[in-house]
Design a protein around this ligand. Structure first.
Ligand code: SAH
Length: 399
């Protein structure tokens, strides 16, 4: 039998949870002295002992667990619970599952699909499960059984993202089925990407930028000279190149060179016609400025936090300064694709960052498009942090 603990939730928090707020925060508990094991079922009651919801205990940096049901009779430690949530989630992605031109997408998106702390991605017939706490990991047998009966798959991998700092635990990530080829080739709106499902925390592509890559390829790339900063495996560079651009990719990770070349090659593009620079983006900005190199388009998709030898970059504080440097090497009428995945920066704040950055330059701007998460990344309206992606396409005017 799985352990179960009743907890009393403070009045203010109880009201939010009743409106759909899915996260269980430590400070929401009336009695702070509280002990439960990871994976314990938590039954939540208000101060008048009225039932609010059922959740599980699983420590993440955000909170201590997630509410997964508002039905007092529903049992979470059971395949039928997961089966029901998965069926609903997969039905919402029916068109993705059937799409021949896009074979990689988010299949299950945490609290957006009713179970915080758990997400799953689909890569050309293979599934990758992300576990964000030991608590949710303890439900693995139910999750696997439920998948067996709700989804056709060739093989399953997992990413355990729950060491003390909430980061990935290195392991053999293959769980069952047939192992995927390495690389596994996936398609996205007709583009090809090489991914590696058993090579650490990241597989080689961030699926949430799919529509941005399409936009870059179809509407902004043709004939342009494009700088892709924080380029990782060069996913944006490939999109721009397929749209008819000449690209420069900059990332300080050594492996980005070989990874980016591979993405060009699987698309039938010649990597020699593009530049790949393994270096610090901040140094590259200085270099481009000194050499008076100006770009038609700059893609700016930094991580929320990054530490290099010389810099610590925190997007919540340093984004305006980063954007300012990008503006300074963008041509008149050039485009900047500015993006952040930092959940703590709201769209409003992000737009304020953009204004702040331009105010420090001799340039003005016009916003052309504002994008956020694609439809497969179903988010929870009651929990702002789950709608984390902000992308703004900006035209730059030199005064
Ligand atoms: N924009 C990418 C994803 C970025 S992931 C995409 O669309 O696929 C973050 C990348 O930033 C990592 O590859 C990391 O190596 C790189 N990075 C972090 N700090 C950096 C810095 N100061 N200069 C260059 N690259 C950096």
């Amino acid at each position: 039998m799985r352990a179960q603990t009743d907890v009393i939730i403070k009045r203010k928090h109880a009201a939010n949870i009743r409106k759909g707020y899915p996260l269980i925060e430590k400070e929401a508990l009336l009695a702070q002295a509280f002990s439960a094991r990871e994976g314990s079922i938590l039954k939540l009651y208000d101060e008048d002992k009225r039932y609010i919801g059922t959740g599980y205990y699983g420590i993440q940096n955000k909170g201590i667990g997630w509410i997964v049901s508002t039905n007092p009779n529903e049992i979470m430690a059971d395949d039928s619970f997961f089966k029901k949530r998965f069926q609903t989630a997969f039905a919402k992605r029916k068109d993705y599952i059937e799409d021949q031109e896009t074979t990689a997408f988010r299949l299950f998106n945490g609290e957006g699909d009713g179970i915080g702390g758990l997400s799953m991605d689909y890569f050309a017939g293979y599934l990758v499960i992300n576990w964000y706490s030991e608590g949710i990991y303890s439900f693995k047998p139910y999750v696997l059984d439920a998948l067996e009966s709700t989804m056709a798959f060739k093989g399953i991998y997992e990413k355990k993202r729950f060491d003390q700092k909430g980061t990935y635990i290195e392991d053999n990530d293959f769980i069952k089925g047939t192992p995927a080829p390495e690389p596994l080739q996936i398609k996205e709106n007709g583009m090809q990407y090489a991914v590696y499902l058993n090579d650490g925390a990241m597989v080689g592509i961030f699926l949430d930028q799919r529509e941005v890559r399409r936009l870059v390829r179809d509407q902004y790339a043709n004939g342009k000279h494009v700088l892709n900063t924080f380029s990782y495996t060069g996913a944006f560079s490939v999109a721009a190149a397929l749209g008819g651009a000449r690209t420069v990719s900059v990332d300080l990770a050594k492996r980005s060179d070989e990874k980016t070349k591979e993405q060009f090659l699987v698309n039938g593009l010649n990597p020699e016609e593009h530049e790949i620079r393994v270096m610090d983006v901040f140094d590259y900005f200085k270099y481009a400025k000194r050499k008076a190199i100006y770009y038609d388009m700059v893609i700016l998709d930094p991580p929320s936090f990054a530490r290099s030898k010389k810099h610590v970059f925190r997007s919540a504080k340093d984004y305006p300064a980063l954007l300012q440097q990008a503006i300074e090497i963008t041509k008149d009428r050039g485009i900047i694709v500015a993006s952040t995945n930092n959940a703590s920066i709201s769209m409003k704040k992000f737009k304020a960052f953009i204004t702040e950055a331009f105010n420090k330059t001799q340039c003005s701007f016009k916003m052309h498009e504002v994008l956020s998460l694609p439809r497969d990344f179903v988010y929870c309206k009651e929990y702002k942090g789950s709608n984390y992606l902000k992308v703004v396409v900006i035209e730059v005017f030199h005064k």
